[in-house]
Write a protein that binds this ligand. Structure first.
Ligand code: UDP
Ligand code: MG
Length: 316
């Protein structure tokens, strides 16, 4: 039985040899059970020597498969390409930087073998070594998205997972261009077993995620998996309109019964109200714009990635 290990790589020249060693150890440790492996490295338009490193590995090890992108398309695209190329009965996705400990893979295989679950996924229970402020915002993000979405997206869940063929096919059948894997993994369902582990820091190189990039990723995730924010605009609008109507009624009655026609202290409050409501209107417009922008991008139906080179044989 073939097992595919998919590794998205972006500027990972330093980490790759270490990872390859670890993957070979995994391969050796379960060799007796009649398993064969393929390692699929997806080079996501790296600017360093990642391509050379991967070619070098492929020339000495026939289990090494690769797909190179014509430019950087992002980890989501790299995972998709890797899963598309994978022919295994089981498919795993793991980071190149050893933050997803390959040593967990033999246990994951055993879990799937037992037939108790279709997905074994890893989850960080600590965020040791990560900036405090970043952990805080990450927690907030999971709280917010889980309040709004129908599917449960696990806090601390990594993309590291081993899946059976039906799960992989289900994920590949979701053809959206702007992919948010954490949501897609949750959305397809299936029985998931969680393996918990401590946060591991990357062995070499540096993270590709700036705070701003993560923030955009969070907004993308929310927009991709729920239309609840659109409803916020509706409800706020309704509440404001009701308030304004009450206010009008109050002044009307005051004018009729108490014969007070004008107050002259209203200028600053008027300005505040106008600015406040103007702000809300712009915010709601921006929100609608987020969704329209996605519709626009999806209707262009561009491919998820462009391949410049690979060594995947198509015939099998
Ligand atoms: N990655 C990628 N394309 C990108 C950014 C990252 O393929 O545009 C890969 C990267 O090589 C690594 C994985 O995605 O294997 C996770 O990236 P990173 O370690 O930077 O993220 P973090 O672990 O800090 O969340
Ligand atoms: Mg990492």
């Amino acid at each position: 039985m073939l097992i595919s290990l998919v590794v998205p790589c972006y500027n990972e020249e330093a980490a790759l040899p270490i990872l390859y060693q670890a993957l070979c150890e995994v391969r050796d440790s379960v060799k007796d059970s009649g398993r064969t492996f393929e390692f699929i490295f997806v080079n996501d338009g790296s600017r360093d020597k990642t391509a050379e490193v991967i070619r070098g590995l492929a020339s000495s090890d026939k289990d090494v498969k690769y797909v190179f992108f014509s430019r950087n398309f992002g980890k989501e695209a790299a995972m998709y390409a890797g899963m598309e190329a994978a022919k295994g009965e089981y498919v795993a996705i793991l980071d190149a930087d050893m933050q997803d400990p390959p040593s967990l893979i033999p246990d994951m295989i055993k879990s799937l073998d037992s037939g108790e679950c279709d997905i074994v996924a890893a989850r960080r229970v600590t965020r040791k070594g990560e900036p405090k402020i970043r952990s805080f915002f990450a927690r907030m993000f999971y709280k917010i998205i889980n309040k709004m979405c129908d599917v449960e997206i696990a806090d601390g869940a990594r993309d590291f997972r081993l899946m059976t063929r039906p799960v992989v096919d289900a994920i590949l059948s979701m053809g959206e261009k702007q992919r948010f894997s954490k949501g897609i993994f949750a959305w397809v369902g299936f029985r998931t077993r969680w393996i918990e582990h401590e946060n591991v820091e990357r062995v070499a190189g540096e993270t590709k995620w700036s705070f701003w990039k993560l923030f955009k990723y969070a907004v993308d995730g929310i927009v991709a998996f729920t239309t609840a924010p659109l409803r916020i605009a509706t409800y706020t609008g309704m509440a404001l309109a009701a308030g304004a109507f009450g206010y009008l009624l109050y002044y009307f009655i005051r004018a009729i019964i108490m014969k007070i026609w004008t107050t002259n202290a209203g200028y600053p409050s008027l300005l505040c109200f106008i600015l406040f409501i103007g702000g809300l209107v712009l915010m709601a417009l921006g929100l609608i714009g987020e969704y329209i922008g996605r519709i626009y991008v999806e209707t262009k139906a561009r491919p998820i990635y462009i391949k410049s080179e690979d060594n995947i044989r198509q015939d099998t």
